[in-house]
Write a new protein. Structure first.
Lengths: 391, 211, 149
């Protein structure tokens, strides 16, 4: 076969690959318009139109690249980091617009104006079961991020992809993922035993929240108060709490990820992540390692950002229950031995199909929960650039 | 006595809610079988009973002064929280000094494991028992009508047995076993210890400011 | 058996897509169903509890809530009662004696200057401990008073 013929064959296969990828993107192209617009007509305001278009193009380009290059992690990470940053912008500006401030106080609680955050879910279960009430100062059905709607979203995610929430839906995860990407060579190694800290925090906050009937994690330990809303500093206690929040954010979300190259907040501290790990036991998707292909280089063990593969689990051909299905191990494996796997099916067989069957629900979830926030975030930034104000 | 038992049954849930954050992490970090956990529970309950009896004695001797004077009551609660947190924190480090690399802790806790285990769990029970709850106060109001102290003590013992029923399921946590569970239990003890330390200090601070 | 497992696995995987779509498209419906099935409410610690009595005046009304002593298994010894001042023309200085338990005797006296955010409080009942705070809410002002049993 001469050079010209082999060139032609290569071109044809590239065209075929491109066409296949575009075809695979069609469902996302169509669904994203419906889901991002919320089923209503497209925005009329010019700036909002531009933001919507930017968001729409970005979301679909990312998915296309994921499909075309067969690299999940790299492009999911770009989406996730930008989502987290724009979420912070849109959330805080929305609070200022609606409430006048990102700070809350007792008035906010009595008004039922606090948006419900998924982190609260483990803490409300025991009190809800015993007192039939939800220990959170939000609105049950009305307003932005109402309690019932967020619980339904969480339930849907848990059934669809388990702890994949932490890599595909969580509005905070992109922050420490972004910082961990800044680490070219790890300068600090953390003992794996610290991964149990998140479970210890989970049990502690569940027990203490039940005993005190207050969401203890939100009151004391949430690092993301730094990028969402925080209590108005009117006393020494609140000042101490604020220092704790900012210190935790600085250490767990910025400094440690940069030093270790790992998602330290998500992997070592977040109690919701620990709670969500149990949903991996019932979820149909998992990460499996084909031992016939595996070279035992342990690259997946080193690369996993949430410490979810260790030598024992590698020997068993699977990730631990804390796996967030981010796809990094799949992309970095030199032997393509790691893949998304559907429980009940053969390992290492039809991996492409399993990947698509995971990718569609995960990405649709991500674009729906994240797309709106991204578009609003872009809108606010464009407004700032064009008018000098977010509003 | 029967009335005391019924009162304990009706209000034991409250006692369970306040004791669970202390006892569950302890059970998890001991990493023992369910049968052993029942023995642990009985030691914990013994501590609670001692706490109740001590408070009852104090209140009876001072002519109900301690219970009526909320200021002194709050100071006792605050101090018990602080001692409780101290016990939890020391227990955590004494169990895991290797992991935390705090070698000198072994010098302080240099007596047999059996004795240490007995003291710790009884102390935990005692310190949670001192945190007097509304059902206890109700029981005390009833018991105050007895003319002799022995009758009061029997009444409290019956009340205590009524509340103890709720604790029976807890030792079954022993089905969760393993090094990881033990480690998680130790970390829990530390976190809850820090929380109680803060609560105790804040309560004490508040009472001192009020005074 | 293996084929059946694989079939079920792939079916569940496909269904997860529909779960995701149903989660968002029918979110309102599922949220209402969730509340109907579970009968959950927001804790009275935050909402102030049920309204017990409403006293109407010309331009505003006073809503007296039921005392809240919510505990995990049983009532706590400490709680609060909330009084809402709601309406378009709430007086600049609120000055009122309140009977929240309906026994015909006033339980506390509150005087609050809405302009200067200054308050005066007097307990007239041994179970009324102190003023927790006066908070600006969307409908007016909420006064919370600490109680004990």
């Amino acid at each position: 076969m001469n050079n010209l013929e082999s060139k032609k064959i290569a071109e044809t296969s590239t065209v075929k690959k491109f066409t296949k990828s575009v075809a695979a993107c069609i469902p996302i192209l169509l669904l994203s318009i419906v889901l991002l617009s919320g089923g209503s007509s497209l925005p009329k305001e010019p700036l909002m139109k531009i933001s919507f278009s930017i968001g729409y193009v970005f979301i679909n380009v990312i998915f296309f690249l994921m499909v075309y290059t067969k690299k999940t992690y790299k492009y999911r990470k770009i989406f996730f980091v930008i989502y987290a940053l724009l979420f912070a912008v849109s959330f805080m500006t929305n609070l200022i617009e609606v409430r006048g401030s990102i700070f809350y106080n007792e008035s906010t609680f009595i008004n039922g104006g606090t948006p419900f955050c998924h982190m609260v879910i483990p803490m409300i279960i025991i009190p809800a079961a015993l007192t039939k009430t939800i220990i959170f100062p939000g609105s049950l059905l009305t307003g932005f991020a109402s309690i019932a709607s967020m619980i339904v979203i969480w339930l849907g995610a848990s059934i669809a992809f388990g702890r994949g929430w932490c890599s595909w839906a969580c509005f905070y995860g992109g922050l420490d993922e972004g910082c961990s990407s800044l680490c070219k060579k790890p300068k600090l190694k953390i003992n794996r035993k610290w991964t149990y800290l998140s479970f210890a925090i989970l049990i502690s906050i569940v027990l203490l929240s039940a005993a005190t009937l207050a969401p203890v994690y939100c009151d004391w330990l949430c690092p993301f108060k730094a990028v969402t809303e925080a209590e108005q500093i009117t006393s020494t206690i609140v000042l101490i709490k604020t220092i704790v929040f900012y210190a935790l954010f600085l250490i767990l979300v910025i400094i440690l990820p940069i030093l270790t190259g790992k998602r330290t907040q998500c992997g070592l501290f977040c109690p919701f992540g620990a709670f969500q790990s149990f949903s991996n036991k019932i979820n149909i998707f998992e990460i499996r390692i084909d031992k016939n292909k595996c070279l035992n280089c342990k690259k997946c063990v080193r690369e996993c950002p949430t410490y979810s593969i260790d030598e024992n689990s590698l020997a068993n051909g699977k990730a631990l229950m804390t796996c967030t299905k981010c796809g990094k191990c799949i992309d970095t494996c030199p032997a393509s031995a790691v893949s998304y796997h559907i429980k009940g099916t053969k390992i290492g067989v039809k991996t492409n199909l399993s990947r698509y069957l995971f990718l569609y629900p995960a990405y649709i979830f991500a674009l729906t929960i994240g797309g709106g926030a991204m578009i609003k975030g872009v809108y606010r930034l464009l407004k700032l650039i064009t008018t000098g104000s977010f509003f | 006595m029967f009335k005391g038992f019924i009162l304990g049954l009706s209000s034991g849930g409250y006692c369970l809610a306040s004791c669970i954050p202390v006892f569950v992490p302890y059970i998890l970090s001991e990493d023992k079988k369910t049968k052993w956990n029942f023995i642990c529970l009985s030691k914990f309950m013994l501590g609670r009973l001692l706490g109740y009896i001590l408070f009852a004695l104090l209140a009876w001797i001072t002519g109900n002064f301690i219970i009526k004077q909320s200021h002194y009551k709050e100071i006792i609660f605050a101090l018990s929280y602080i001692f409780l947190s101290f016990t939890l924190i020391v227990y955590t480090f004494s169990k895991s000094h290797r992991f935390c690399n705090i070698k000198y802790f072994s010098k302080f806790s240099n007596y047999s494991n059996k004795e240490k285990g007995f003291t710790t769990v009884v102390l935990l029970g005692f310190l949670t028992g001192i945190n007097v709850c509304p059902p206890f106060i109700l029981a005390f109001s009833d018991a105050a009508f007895f003319t002799n102290i022995l009758s009061s003590i029997f009444y409290f013992a019956a009340f205590f047995v009524g509340t103890a029923v709720y604790f029976i399921p807890i030792p079954f946590i022993g089905v969760l076993k393993g090094k990881q569970i033990k480690l998680i239990g130790q970390m829990c003890s530390l976190i809850i210890g820090v929380f109680y330390m803060y609560s105790g200090i804040m309560m004490l601070f508040k009472e001192m400011m009020l005074q | 058996m293996i084929k059946l497992k694989a079939f079920l696995g792939y079916t569940a995987a496909v269904l997860s897509l529909f779960v995701v779509l149903a989660t968002f498209i029918a979110n309102d419906f599922w949220a209402k169903e969730f509340v109907n099935i579970t009968s959950l409410k927001v804790s009275p610690i935050y909402t102030g509890g049920e309204v017990n009595k409403t006293i109407s005046f010309k331009d505003y009304n006073i809503k007296i809530h039921k005392p809240v002593f919510q505990g995990l298994f049983s009532d706590r010894s400490k709680g609060f009662v909330e009084i809402d001042y709601a309406g378009k023309n709430i007086p600049t200085v609120i000055s009122q004696s309140i009977d929240f338990d309906g026994d015909g005797k006033y339980d506390f006296y509150i005087k609050y200057d809405t302009k200067n955010d200054k308050s005066e409080f007097k307990s007239l009942n041994r179970n009324v401990v102190s003023l927790q705070g006066v908070y600006k809410i969307t409908t007016g002002y909420a006064v919370r008073v600490n109680l004990k049993k």
